[in-house]
Ligand binder design. Structure first.
Ligand code: GAL
Length: 451
């Protein structure tokens, strides 16, 4: 018997999120493959290799898992380098295979949400200067037109570009992603091209399928001044927030890029999102620091008493998701939480992280905010970019040698949530008993009944 439950509406989307390069394997024709095979680019020299072997067909068994775990949606991405291996040369077999995958999702009751650009680029595009070359806008639009025209009967929710703020900063300012640049002017140029490409894709998709819902996903990092009353900490926190979290949402809302005091008008981008796609993982404290000029004289860090994930990458900070949802809500659009998750190979922290974050989403739904779905990152452990295989975000554990999957308790926990369309005190008592009192104050389920 359920004593207390945070219930979600019928029709709410419950899913997991993946991306092509991280799960497909053998993406030999893109810039990430090239990057992984250069010395010292990826932690421990890891490479994506076969990844989760989805291109070899293992998406079927993983979709079976998602489906029997009660999910009703899946967010995945299309690999541009497979669709257009050379400029203007369309691979119809690859498109057919994606069609098969999407039909496989739909056949299992998983509504597909499809991303068109998730960090990886065809090698030919990278060779032409990638996102620094304005030609990318035209190339991206052509690829989007081709892909969307072919798959429009199967997909109703499109994500044009995943986390453009992370993509621009990691690839062109911090040098962690290909092409490994560290140049502020180039970063601004890339930001401009990303906004232009998104706007072109948005208009093209609506021309092809007026009923489609189109947006992007925005990575939002919670930020708080390290010393709450310190004016310098407050000042740099504001700068970081505006130039990272707010950069793209504002640009595609008002058609104006504002980046570190510079402004670029992009009128064709005004109002080019039909929903707000939110990716949230963690929060940090921000302090003014003269020794970090490249980070605008600021430093982000976790507090000493933080509950941290396996490799110290993520702090369990659900209040940051609340802030992120509040920010997303200010745009008066439907909201999807398109990514949220934690790396935790032992599955020690994940159950509580899940409960904490799903509770924030529930609170927003109960404020009557138009939150329509939640996608956990990710279904099965996958290739985590510059961190390689050292971080395990999966509900299911992957043995990369044998391709064997093993269930983690969190898969069962999330499965129970999806099936019940809610998070109950029994579930929390079973999977994350250490936070039962905090989530459902003062009560084990028994106590609620006996009082
Ligand atoms: C996101 C990214 C995903 C995944 C996740 C966890 O920023 O979109 O592809 O890697 O982080 O690291």
């Amino acid at each position: 018997m359920i004593s207390a439950i945070h219930r979600f509406p019928d029709g709410f989307l419950w899913g997991t999120a993946t991306s092509s390069h991280q799960v497909e394997g053998d993406n030999t024709n893109n810039d990430w493959w090239d990057w992984e095979h250069q010395p010292s680019r990826i932690n421990k020299g890891h490479t994506s290799g076969k990844a989760c072997d989805w291109w070899g067909g293992r998406w079927e068994e993983d979709f079976d898992r998602a489906c029997s775990d009660g999910q009703n949606a899946h967010r995945m991405s299309i690999e541009w380098s497979r669709i257009e291996p050379n400029p203007g040369d369309w691979d119809e077999d690859a498109l057919d295979y994606y069609r098969q995958i999407l039909q496989g999702a739909l056949g299992r009751g998983l509504k597909p949400v499809v991303t068109l650009h998730h960090f990886s680029n065809p090698m030919w595009l990278a060779d032409q200067g990638g996102w620094t070359n304005q030609e990318v806008v035209h190339h991206f639009e052509k690829y989007v037109r081709k892909t969307v025209s072919s798959l429009k009967d199967l997909v109703k929710i499109w994500v044009t570009i995943n986390e453009p703020n992370v993509y621009a900063v990691y690839g062109y300012l911090m040098g962690l992603f290909p092409p490994g640049r560290k140049d502020l002017d180039i970063t601004l140029q890339v930001v401009h091209h990303l906004v232009l490409a998104h706007a072109a894709a948005y208009h093209a998709i609506h021309e092809i399928d007026p009923g489609a819902s189109v947006g992007m996903t925005h990575y939002y990092r919670g930020m708080r001044p390290a010393r709450s009353m310190n004016p310098l900490d407050r000042w740099v926190t504001g700068i970081r927030h505006r130039n990272f979290n707010e950069l793209f949402p504002r640009a595609v809302h008002e058609g104006l890029i504002r980046y570190l005091g510079r402004k670029i008008k992009v009128p064709q981008a005004v109002g080019t999102q039909d929903y707000f796609g939110l990716d949230y993982y963690t929060s940090e404290l921000v302090a003014f620091d003269l020794f970090h000029p490249k980070e605008i004289f600021s430093r982000g860090f976790f507090p000493d008493d933080a509950v941290l994930s396996g490799t110290g990458f993520i702090m369990d900070a659900p209040e940051g998701l609340w802030k992120a949802l509040t920010y997303a809500h200010s745009f008066h659009l439907p909201i999807y939480v398109m990514e949220n998750g934690v790396e935790d190979s032992s599955d020690h922290m994940r159950p509580r992280y899940l409960a904490h974050h799903i509770r924030q989403v529930w609170a927003a739904v109960n404020f009557n905010w138009d939150v329509r779905g939640y996608f956990y990152w990710t279904l099965v452990d996958n290739f985590e970019w510059e961190r390689g295989w050292t971080q395990r975000f999966g509900l299911w554990e992957l043995d990369t040698e044998t391709q064997e999957r093993r269930v983690r308790p969190s898969a069962n926990f999330y499965g129970e949530i999806c099936k019940a369309k809610g998070l109950s005190s029994e579930m929390v008592a079973k999977y994350a008993p250490e936070i039962l009192d905090e989530m459902f104050p003062g009560k084990g389920p028994g106590e609620l009944i006996s009082r």
